[in-house]
Design a protein around this ligand. Structure first.
Ligand code: HEC
Length: 431
């Protein structure tokens, strides 16, 4: 065994020498990678089980790191490269992965440690400075000892007119057990009716904000998954929070053996520049699912045509399925059907790592083009996440054992101009 390792090391040296490349060092090659691709989660008090604060931590965890890099399970970035380019992507390129692996297998040379005095990342609260307003779960919620728990909390707001929001930052009250958060907007009053019915703050919800709170255009405020950086919307674009709306905060807890209290809060950043266009979320969805027990490859799809005369831009996207989902892809087909542009593709869906992905540049959705959504499910016992045993027929629904096939696409319409009171789609968005 030892012999083989030495052989592998010798091979690495030879490979690097043959390429004329210097052997990777901690200071020169590894630090930038862990700062950009690991530390947003692997830092003190954050979601990952250990911090990578410097050289010693890398050495301590090197065996595990080599294993997860080879298996490509870390970092947990889901979109497949080549299907849309996203801001703040933390996937490793093959070159970065190889650099880390050869650094580990070649004995983890330090390089010039003096050149990297301290790489401990900041753990301060607000990424964009102090928010204009902070809202939070009205009460502390004592998260019980359990595996996964999805709960919605109702937070009242009392703006008299539309309040335009250009960024939100979710700050988990208890980072060790808060896994992800989605912020919905409710103007129906239904969230209030569900709140506290079981004697605890909030109510149980899984696939959405709960029964009767329609997933219609515009009812999402934002969301958060671990490692996500906060970004303000482009100048002139904002999400409208209607007067007296409720923010419904859906929190996924995974407390495992460490239950504890949580009171998650949200910083709201109001739009500073005049708002010309609203960001509205269009749910592209297929509700006819009918996924037969034993079907390992159930493919369901749907499409949505951008209305003629309304050129639009897509800024952000949140694909969504439940536990049987394996793959989800969204593509844009031109009006003449001659070109198809991939918007996003996830080939290894994980309900626990769902997020909002922002394209590096807003993506043009020309009038008349069609957004196509395809969801693939595995309803067999080979799917380790399948919640049903015995297997059962699965249809659309809110529950853990139901499924969904949705992509929430955050779009703006080019010809909307609130400053000049040009408001297309007012009926559709209910605003
Ligand atoms: C988006 C957050 C996030 C990022 C970025 C991230 N990790 Fe992790 N990491 C986690 C979480 C959470 C766990 C705990 C296991 C889980 O829930 O999947 C974990 C677990 C691990 C483990 C232990 C896994 C095991 O099976 O024991 C290693 C090793 C690891 N990460 C290394 C890395 C390295 C190296 C990077 C950067 C190249 C990285 N991670 C980037 C969140 C992250």
């Amino acid at each position: 065994m030892k012999q083989m390792q030495l052989g592998a090391i010798a091979f690495c040296f030879a490979a690097f020498a043959a390429n004329g490349l210097a052997q990777p060092t901690f200071s020169g090659d590894v630090v930038p990678i862990i700062q950009q691709k690991c530390q947003q989660c692997h830092r003190d008090g954050d979601v990952a089980p250990f911090a990578i604060n410097g050289y010693d931590d890398m050495v301590t965890w090197s065996e595990d790191i080599a294993r997860v890099l080879k298996a490509k399970i870390m970092p947990p970035w889901k979109p497949v490269a080549g299907h849309g380019t996203f801001k703040d992507a933390f996937n490793l390129t093959d070159a970065e992965r190889n650099t880390m692996l050869s650094w580990i297998s070649s004995g983890m040379p330090t390089g010039d440690l003096a050149a990297v005095p301290d790489i401990t990342p900041p753990t301060g609260t607000w990424q964009l400075g102090d928010p204009d307003m902070v809202i939070q779960m009205p009460q502390v919620f004592d998260v019980p000892r359990t595996k996964d728990l999805y709960r919605c909390f109702v937070i009242p707001t009392d703006f008299d007119t539309n309040q335009f929001i250009s960024a939100v930052q979710v700050v988990p009250g208890n980072r060790q057990i808060v896994h992800h958060v989605i912020l919905y907007i409710d103007t129906t009053g239904n969230a209030d009716k569900l709140d506290g019915k079981d004697g605890q703050p909030g109510y149980t919800c899984f696939g959405s904000a709960g029964d009767g709170i329609a997933t219609t255009a515009g009812n999402i405020l934002g969301g958060w998954v671990p490692g996500q950086r906060v970004r303000a919307l482009p100048d002139g674009v904002a999400v409208a929070l209607p007067p007296q709306a409720r923010v419904v905060m859906q929190v996924h807890y995974y407390p495992g053996g460490k239950p504890g209290p949580d009171q998650t809060k949200v910083g709201l950043y109001f739009a500073k520049a005049p708002v010309e266009r609203r960001l509205v979320f269009f749910p592209i969805l297929q509700q006819k699912l009918n996924i037969q027990p034993g079907d390992a490859n159930a493919v369901r799809s749907t499409s949505f045509q951008i209305p003629i005369f309304f050129d639009a831009k897509a800024i952000t996207i949140a694909p969504h399925m439940h536990l049987l989902g394996r793959k989800i892809s969204v593509d844009l087909e031109s009006l003449d059907k001659k070109t198809t542009t991939p918007m996003i593709y996830i080939d290894d869906w994980d309900f626990n790592w769902q997020g909002f992905y922002n394209w590096t540049e807003p993506m043009a959705l020309p009038a008349g083009s069609t957004i196509k959504l395809t969801c693939t499910y595995d309803n067999t016992t080979n799917n380790p996440k399948n919640p049903s045993n015995p297997l059962k027929l699965v249809n659309w629904g809110e529950g853990t054992e139901d499924e969904m096939c949705v992509a929430f696409v955050g779009v703006t319409f080019d010809n909307e101009n609130l400053v000049k009171s040009i408001i297309p789609f007012n009926k559709q968005t209910g605003r």
